[in-house]
Ligand binder design. Structure first.
Ligand SMILES: [Fe+2]
Length: 256
């Protein structure tokens, strides 16, 4: 073999090796790209959660368009319920369900005429009957979404009283779903303590006394004590805002 042939063969081998290395590098970077793409692709579970939360936000946006106060009230009631849920050592899944149920409790107010919903003075008997339909309307709006079926029921019964004299069905005691009983207390507390254009909110201790006065008749007495103890702890934190799991942002505790 001549020297020239030898040099030619060596450079051919070098070229072949370089080509093989390039092919290997390409394959590696393709594999890396594929694995990166797989890593960044949301799972079905994540997609479901995303759509679930998007549906909640959409429904709450509709409520905000109808009445800004009721929207803010729903967020505060959700925060109050979550505090009680933590006080009761509920599981994270239960607390999540409670938060969404509370966010939706007054959704049916979308179906209450503005003249009744936004009336600053006392409602007539006829207007009050119209207003009393809102828990059933919350249920009607939510019932066809299978993912919201539990929340629809919790919203429907949030005006039932412990003594059976509430509405819409007059359920009594522990026949009322637990989360509906919690929502009623948080709902009443927020209504008492939040400042409206026509009146100042009550101090916490006055609202606590009111809750205790109606424990056993309007409210579940065990839950009233859990509520007061969780609110007392919240007060010591001295925070002006709260966060929710489902909706992003910092929200003011005070409605004023
Ligand atoms: Fe309500």
């Amino acid at each position: 073999m001549t020297k020239k042939n030898n040099v030619f063969q060596l450079s051919a081998i070098k070229e072949k090796r370089a080509l093989k290395l390039k092919e290997e590098a390409d394959a590696l970077s393709k594999a890396a790209l594929v694995s990166e793409a797989i890593k960044n692709t949301p799972s079905i579970k994540q997609i479901r959660k995303e759509y679930f939360e998007l549906s909640i936000k959409t429904l709450l946006s509709a409520l905000k368009c109808k009445d800004d106060y009721t929207w803010g009230h729903s967020l505060r009631v959700a925060y109050l319920c979550v505090s009680v849920g933590k006080e009761m050592n509920l599981s994270p899944d239960e607390i999540y369900e409670l938060e969404v149920s509370a966010l939706f409790h007054d959704l049916g107010k979308i179906g209450v005429p503005d003249a009744v919903l936004k009336k600053p003075s006392r409602l007539t008997d006829e207007e009050f009957l119209e207003m009393k339909l809102h828990p059933s309307k919350s249920y009607e709006i939510l019932q066809d979404f299978p993912i919201f079926s539990k929340m629809a029921i919790n919203a429907k019964y949030h005006h039932e009283r412990f003594d059976g004299r509430g509405y819409p069905e007059g359920l009594k005691g522990e026949d009322i779903p637990l989360f509906s009983r919690i929502i009623l207390i948080a709902d009443t507390f927020d209504a008492m303590t939040s400042t409206r254009p026509y009146r100042k909110g009550l101090p916490f201790d006055v609202a606590f006394a009111e809750l205790r006065e109606f424990a056993g008749t309007q409210f579940d007495p065990m839950l009233v004590e859990k509520f007061i103890s969780s609110m007392t702890k919240e007060q010591t934190k001295g925070e002006d805002t709260f966060k929710l799991q489902v909706i992003d942002g910092d929200f003011k505790k005070d409605a004023a």
